[in-house]
Design a protein around this ligand. Structure first.
Ligand code: GRF
Length: 651
């Protein structure tokens, strides 16, 4: 026979099965209960599409939380700790979440087990027990955490919300928020911490109760990495993928979309489909859909988007537009001339302008976007003249019918990727992208053959980088950039300071593969905050690792890569602890080659189908070990015509 709860103070709701279209939270508190009250009020005062039931459970007859429950008219159970298991066993099913808020007991494994259930898809195990702890875990675990931090003279401390696991204050962290401690009395510090707790605990609970459906657009390594990172989020319901490649489509549910589309009608059809699937947020990987206005189209359909709108995608889509934006807003950028027709006189006169300033010929850039390949660095003015003509005649199609000549700058190049929500700009540590095809930065420009992050810069350069970000933020605010997305500043550190080479309005590929290794904050949480224009409310946490990415490409890349080779020995990645993110791959059935067995399908295999085939990624606190393992993996993965740079991270 099941034991009854020790005492039921108000047992108005003792239903065993969860009600349809309602959510139920059990809050466990032993004392004051201010968090309990904040959570209860949040759910009582805000309108939700489902009914939210809250119950309080306490192990302390004298808990002030009980008085609060009475005032708020919330059912409350007094259950001695020894009886908690018996109380929860028949009920655990009906709770969507069991929230510890000052519950002064350590939950044994058999109770924690009651809170672990497979989610609806049956794959992920979910943990219903969450806790709030008043420090930045793993610092100051256990009791009196605020006092511990105060006595230790910590400059900052904070709040952690985490899943509850067997060991005390050690489960997977959901969110952390820091609080400045310096200069505060103990009482002031305690007050600030509680204020933060009361703000973020209800919000996190809401996000855990109402998980989000995300549509990720794009089919390269970058999107594979983004998909993997989004899957780590406890706030994710279903991940939908538009145009994934066969290497990662198993990570979500595919939403079909014509591969080569750039028509608004197709994006509208996708937006309608997304609406039907209850997609909460679209995340756009590549630039082309942004140029074509995918953000505007989805927003008109009432779906939030991470990705610049059509107007702001122009910062990437047109170099001359970007130049105007920079010059107008005091952002340092190289001197430039725009050319639109290929008459030899016009070309000569433009070149003469640069000749009068320097011995070095200008850089030639297609005005429009050309997959990162539309840049040419001539060695001589003669070569420049020849190449400019080719650009203007359409070497990169429409993209180079208008061409920019730009004073050549010298210095270290870095990629600075920033989140922007229309109000706040927060950047990743700087990354370095290896653009050229061959070792020692020789050969053609590519989409990127590898990346590292963070790239080392001096303290002085770091200061300049901060100043640059302030200038950029001021410019964006002044120009009313009210989109939520990524701004990628291609920067060069010159003797005259930081100059902008280009803007991209999306995550870089391969920079994303390394930067996501450094991000310790839940990416989906960041996106959700951005979509509410509240990026300023979160602390982005980056770890101190160094991450590397080496791209395996197919011979002939970037012009005409060989395709159709079977990729073998992918297990090498696992052996060396590396991650693989796929790009130019597709799944194919391999047929037996022996005559007698011809047409007998053997197995499904991945074959190469594009220039950049896959990214090998690893991060570590020690540089060398990660790089060695990446290169071991690179040499052991086999496919015909495999090429890769051997000097990533080495210079
Ligand atoms: C909070 O500081 C919480 O972080 C910790 O216990 C305290 C509970 O306070 N786990 P209250 O009972 O919610 O006022």
């Amino acid at each position: 026979m099941q034991k009854q709860p020790s005492k039921m103070l108000n047992a108005a709701t003792a239903a065993v099965l969860p009600e349809k279209n309602s959510k139920k939270i059990l809050i466990l508190a032993s004392g004051n209960g201010s968090n309990f009250e904040a959570i209860a009020k949040h759910f009582q005062q805000k309108a939700f599409k489902e009914k939210i039931d809250i119950e309080l459970l306490t192990d302390n007859k004298n808990a002030y939380a009980i008085q609060r429950a009475k005032k708020l008219n919330i059912p409350c159970f007094y259950v001695q700790f020894e009886n908690l298991y018996d109380f929860l066993k028949p009920r655990a099913q009906q709770y969507n979440l069991c929230v510890l808020a000052g519950y002064m007991r350590i939950l044994p494994e058999k109770i924690l087990k009651l809170g672990k259930t497979p989610d609806t898809s049956g794959q992920k195990i979910q943990n219903k027990f969450i806790n709030i702890h008043p420090s930045l875990l793993p610092e100051f675990k256990g009791k009196n955490a605020i006092l511990q931090a105060f006595n230790a003279g910590a400059k900052k401390t904070g709040v952690t919300i985490h899943f509850v696991e067997k060991r005390v204050d050690s489960g997977k962290i959901i969110v952390q928020k820091s609080v400045a401690a310096e200069g505060k009395t103990f009482a002031e510090l305690e007050k600030s911490i509680h204020e933060i707790e009361h703000k973020i605990y209800p919000e996190i609970i809401e996000n855990l109760l109402f998980k989000k459906n995300i549509l990720l657009f794009g089919g390269g390594s970058r999107e594979h990495a983004l998909a993997q990172k989004l899957l780590e989020s406890p706030f994710l319901d279903t991940l939908y993928l538009a145009n994934p490649n066969d290497g990662f489509k198993h990570l979500g549910k595919t939403v079909e979309f014509p591969h080569t589309s750039n028509s608004a009608a197709d994006y509208s059809a996708l937006a309608k489909k997304a609406h039907g699937l209850n997609i909460d947020l679209l995340v756009v990987g590549p630039e082309n859909p942004l140029f074509d206005g995918i953000s505007d189209i989805f927003q008109n359909e009432g779906i939030k988007v991470i990705g610049a709108d059509k107007r702001w995608a122009e910062l990437e889509g047109s170099k001359s537009y970007a130049k105007k934006f920079m010059t107008k807003n005091g952002i340092k950028t190289a001197e430039y001339k725009v050319l639109k027709d290929c008459s030899p006189e016009k070309i000569k006169s433009a070149l003469n302008y640069f000749k009068s300033k320097s011995q070095t010929p200008p850089v030639i850039k297609a005005d429009g976007a050309a997959l990162g390949k539309g840049v040419y660095l001539p060695e001589t003015f003669k070569e420049a003249e020849f190449e400019i003509k080719k650009f203007l005649e359409g070497k990169f199609g429409k993209a180079s019918k208008k061409t920019i000549l730009e004073e050549r700058l010298f210095g270290k190049e870095i990629s600075l990727l920033s989140f922007w929500d229309g109000k706040t700009l927060v950047s990743f540590p700087p990354a370095h992208d290896y653009k050229r095809l061959l070792d020692n930065n020789k050969g053609k420009n590519t989409g990127g053959m590898g990346a590292i992050a963070p790239t080392k810069i001096s303290t002085g350069e770091n200061k300049q980088l901060e100043e640059y970000q302030n200038t950029l933020k001021t410019a964006l605010l002044k120009e009313g950039a009210d989109f939520k997305g990524i701004i990628y500043s291609g920067l060069i550190l010159t003797k005259k300071g930081i100059y902008v080479l280009e803007y991209n309005m999306r995550f870089g590929d391969p920079e994303t593969q390394v930067l996501l290794e450094l991000l310790d904050t839940d990416l989906l949480y960041v996106f959700l905050k951005m979509s509410d224009k509240k990026l300023d409310e979160i602390d982005l946490k980056f770890n101190k690792k160094r991450a590397y990415c080496v791209i395996l490409a197919s011979e002939g890349y970037p012009d005409s890569p060989k395709k159709g080779a079977q990729i073998k020995n992918l297990e090498a990645a696992e052996k060396y602890g590396c991650k693989i993110y796929f790009a130019g791959v597709k799944s194919d059935t391999i047929f037996a080659v022996h005559k007698a067995a011809a047409n007998t399908p053997l197995q499904k295999a991945l074959i190469t189908s594009g220039g950049r085939v896959l990214s090998i990624v690893k991060s570590a606190y020690s540089n060398k070990s990660a790089l060695d393992k990446i290169y071991q993996t690179a040499s052991e993965i086999k496919f015909g015509s495999k090429i890769y740079r051997k000097d990533i991270g080495k210079n």
